[in-house]
Design a protein around this ligand. Structure first.
Ligand code: PGA
Ligand code: ZN
Length: 416
C-alpha cells in the first residue's frame, strides 16, 4: 500500500548560537499546523574533506539563501521523501561540498525534514530514521569525553584531544548513562587532589582540561574509573597535531616534535599500558597507511576514522579496502545530508565496521543525534558527558528507553 503523502507548507531559518557562542543555523519546517525544528552543530578540528559549514558571509548568508531560494523550492515537497529533499539541497547548492549554501544549512534542513515526516507519520523519530536506513535500531553505548586537550582546550592541557570512557556491560540505558557521569564526577575530585592550582576548568565539550600531559591524564582517568566496569578510548585528532611542513607531530605540552615512528610508538605505549580499546584518528588524515599499521599492531583495537573518512561512503570503502579502520565516526554535518549519512552507515555495516554516531565540539541542545544513532544501528553514541548540550543527547536516550524499553536491543561492548 502506498503511504500517505505529506506536504511542506512553509519554512523559516535563523541564526542561533552554539555551545561556544558561535553562530549557527536553525531551521523550522511546517506542514499546516505541524512543525519541526532542527539546528546544526559546528566542529573545530575539522577534516579537510568535510562539507564547508557556511558559505562566504557566514550563517547570515545561509539564512538569506534559505529565504531567497530554498524555502520556495521546499514548499510543496513531501518531507518523507528524504532522497528528494536531499537531492534538492544538492541542486540548489551546485558545488561538490556545499560551499555555496553551507553544509550546516543543508544538514539542518535535512534533519528537520526527518523530524517533520516522523511527526506527520506519528512515529518516533528513531523509528523513521531506522526505516530510512533499513538498519536494525539499537540503543548505542555512550562513549564520553571526560578529559580533553588539543584543539578543544587552552595551553598546558594534554596534546591528545579526548580521553574517553564507555560502560562495558550494562543491563539498561539508565545504567549506561550513569557510569560515564560517575567517572566524570570522580575525575573532578581526582584532579583537584593531584593537580596543584587547577580550578576545574573544562574544554569545549565539558571535559576537564587540566594542565597535565597525556600520561598523567590517563592515570587520572584510570583512577577515577576504579571498580567501575569501563573501557577507555582516545581521540588523538592527529591532524591537529601534525606539522605538514616538518612532517612531524607537534606535541606542545611535551615541547617536542615527534616523527611518525615516534608518534606511533607513543600511541602504542599508551594503548598497551592503559588497556585502551578505542583510538580515533591516530594519524593525520592523509596517512591511511599509519591507521593500517596500528590495526596490524593491535588486532582487536577499535581504530576509528573521523577526519580520515568524514562520513563519506566512498572514503569508508577506501579505508576499509586498505584495512585501516575497524570503526568510523558518523557526523551528519560533515557530509551535509541524512541520505549521505545513511549511505555511509550502510557502507560501514556491509564491511563489518563499527558505527560511532557523534556530536561536534560546538553543539546546540538539539537531541536529533540520539535518534540518528539508534536509527543507524550505532554501536556507540559519542556525545560528551557534561554540559547542557551534551546532557540533551543523554536525556533523549533516557526518554526513549523509558518509552520504548526492551523493544530496542541494547548494544554489548564486546571489545577488548
Ligand atoms: P570537532 O571535533 O571539533 O570537529 O567537532 C570532534 C572530534 O574530532 O571528534
Ligand atoms: Zn575526532
Amino acid at each position: 500500500m502506498a503511504r500517505e503523502s505529506f506536504t511542506i507548507t512553509d519554512g523559516e531559518a535563523w541564526v542561533v548560537l552554539d555551545s561556544r557562542g558561535s553562530e549557527t543555523i536553525e531551521v523550522t519546517l511546517y506542514s499546516g499546523k505541524v512543525s519541526a525544528t532542527a539546528s546544526a552543530p559546528s566542529g573545530k578540528s575539522r577534516g579537510s574533506r568535510e562539507a564547508v559549514p557556511f558559505p562566504e558571509g557566514g550563517a547570515k548568508q545561509s539564512v538569506k539563501i534559505f529565504t531567497d531560494s530554498l524555502r520556495g523550492r521546499l514548499v510543496g515537497r513531501d518531507p518523507a521523501d528524504q532522497t528528494g529533499i536531499d537531492t534538492l539541497l544538492k541542486e540548489v547548492d551546485g558545488s561538490e561540498n556545499f560551499s555555496k549554501i553551507g553544509g550546516n544549512l543543508a544538514y539542518a534542513v535535512s534533519a528537520c525534514s526527518v523530524k517533520l515526516a516522523a511527526m506527520l507519520m506519528q512515529k518516533p523519530i528513531w523509528r523513521h530514521m531506522a526505516d530510512l536506513s533499513g538498519l536494525a535500531p539499537v540503543y548505542p553505548i555512550p562513549l564520553g569525553n571526560v578529559l580533553g586537550g588539543g584543539a578543544h582546550a587552552g595551553e598546558g592541557a594534554p596534546d591528545i584531544q579526548e580521553f574517553l570512557v564507555f560502560p562495558r556491560r550494562v543491563r539498561s540505558v539508565e545504567e549506561a548513562v550513569k557510569v560515564n557521569v560517575e567517572v566524570h564526577r570522580r575525575l573532578g575530585k581526582v584532579l583537584a587532589k593531584k593537580v596543584g592550582g587547577y580550578g576545574g576548568g573544562k574544554g569545549d565539550e565539558g571535559a576537564y582540561a587540566p594542565p597535565v600531559d597525556d600520561e598523567k591524564a590517563l592515570q587520572a582517568v584510570k583512577e577515577a574509573s576504579e571498580r567501575l566496569d569501563v573501557g577507555f578510548g582516545l581521540d588523538v585528532a592527529a591532524s591537529s597535531l601534525y606539522d605538514a611542513y616538518q612532517k612531524k607531530y607537534h606535541y606542545r605540552n611535551r615541547g617536542k616534535h615527534l616523527t611518525r615512528e615516534q608518534h606511533m610508538q607513543h600511541i602504542s605505549e599508551l594503548v598497551e599500558r592503559y588497556g585502551i580499546s578505542y583510538v580515533e584518528d591516530p594519524f593525520e588524515e592523509t596517512d591511511v597507511e599509519g591507521f593500517a599499521e596500528l590495526c596490524r599492531a593491535f588486532p582487536k583495537l577499535l581504530v576509528c576514522g573521523d577526519d580520515l573518512v568524514v562520513t563519506r561512503a566512498e572514503l569508508i570503502r577506501w579505508a576499509s579496502e586498505k584495512r585501516a579502520v575497524r570503526a568510523v565516526i558518523l557526523k551528519p554535518n560533515q557530509v551535509g545530508t541524512i541520505t549521505d549519512t545513511v549511505e555511509a552507515a550502510k557502507e560501514a555495516e556491509k564491511r563489518g565496521i563499527v558505527r560511532v554516531v557523534s556530536h561536534r565540539s560546538g553543539e546546540t541542545c538539539d537531541s536529533f543525534l540520539t535518534h540518528l544513532a539508534i536509527g543507524l544501528g550505532g554501536k556507540f553514541i559519542k556525545a560528551g558527558v557534561a554540559g547542557g548540550e551534551r546532557v540533551a543527547k543523554a536525556n533523549e536516550l533516557l526518554r526513549i528507553w523509558y518509552k520504548a524499553g526492551g523493544s530496542i536491543s541494547l548494544q554489548e561492548a564486546d571489545v577488548i
